[in-house]
Design a binder for this molecule. Structure first.
Ligand code: GAR
Length: 205
């Protein structure tokens, strides 16, 4: 069975949806470690309560470079068996850009959830971007992480309709509901080795 590492920065609701699916045996993967770059991330308490190991490497006062920070993350991942060969890394609201070294070492082993239909509205505040643009639909995307910003091969997407009365809050809520549905699905596909990556396309079997 593969070992899973989840990286968070805050609330951790996507992390929780994945961990719940593992607990109910919907995903055949070992939840090895949750790592946060913030000491006050709410998700840490949730992970602990669910019996999962947690570690914190604070990015706020970190003196080194981005690569050095990610080196520390990789050390912890390896310590818990989340290796490029035997592991999967899920970014779940991890609000940091990953170094090229990390991406290279864990090629096609890091996945992320983004609250928009990529390639539309990458980066921050995607729900607000969609509203400001006047889009009629938005949604969420689970994708592999490559060297770009939200540019890696897409695994699953889900669509939500944007109504006239939607606010950033209501749209975020609708999208989050879909995030909690498709992220565990994507992890399950990966754990069952059902995802093949061909260039920037994925083939799901
Ligand atoms: C989620 O909406 C996720 O899609 C988003 O942050 C939120 C984290 O919530 N991620 C990004 O915007 C990454 N660019 P959570 O901590 O409750 O899972």
């Amino acid at each position: 069975m593969l070992n899973l590492g989840i990286l968070i920065s805050g609330r951790g609701s996507n992390m929780e949806s994945i961990l719940k699916s593992i607990k109910t045996k919907k995903i055949p993967i070992n939840p090895a470690i949750v790592i946060s770059n913030k000491i006050d991330a709410k998700g840490l308490a949730i992970a602990k309560k669910m019996g999962v190991n947690v570690e914190v490497i604070e990015s706020k006062n970190f003196k080194g470079t981005r690569s050095e920070f990610d080196e520390k993350i990789m050390e912890i991942l390896v310590k818990y068996g989340v290796t490029p060969r035997n592991g999967l890394v899920c970014l779940a609201g991890f609000m940091r850009i990953i170094s090229p070294e990390f991406v290279k070492k864990y090629k096609n082993k890091i996945i992320n959830i983004h609250p928009a239909l990529l390639p539309a509205f990458p980066g921050l505040n995607s729900q607000k971007q969609a509203l400001d643009y006047g889009a009629k639909y938005s949604g969420c995307t689970v994708h592999f992480v490559d060297a770009g910003m939200d540019t890696g091969a897409i695994i699953i997407q889900s669509i939500v309709e944007i109504k006239n009365k939607d606010t950033e809050k209501s749209l975020s809520k609708k999208i989050l509901k879909e995030e909690h549905r498709i992220y565990p699905q994507a992890v399950s596909l990966f754990a069952r080795k059902k995802i093949k990556v061909l260039g920037r396309k994925t083939i799901i079997s």
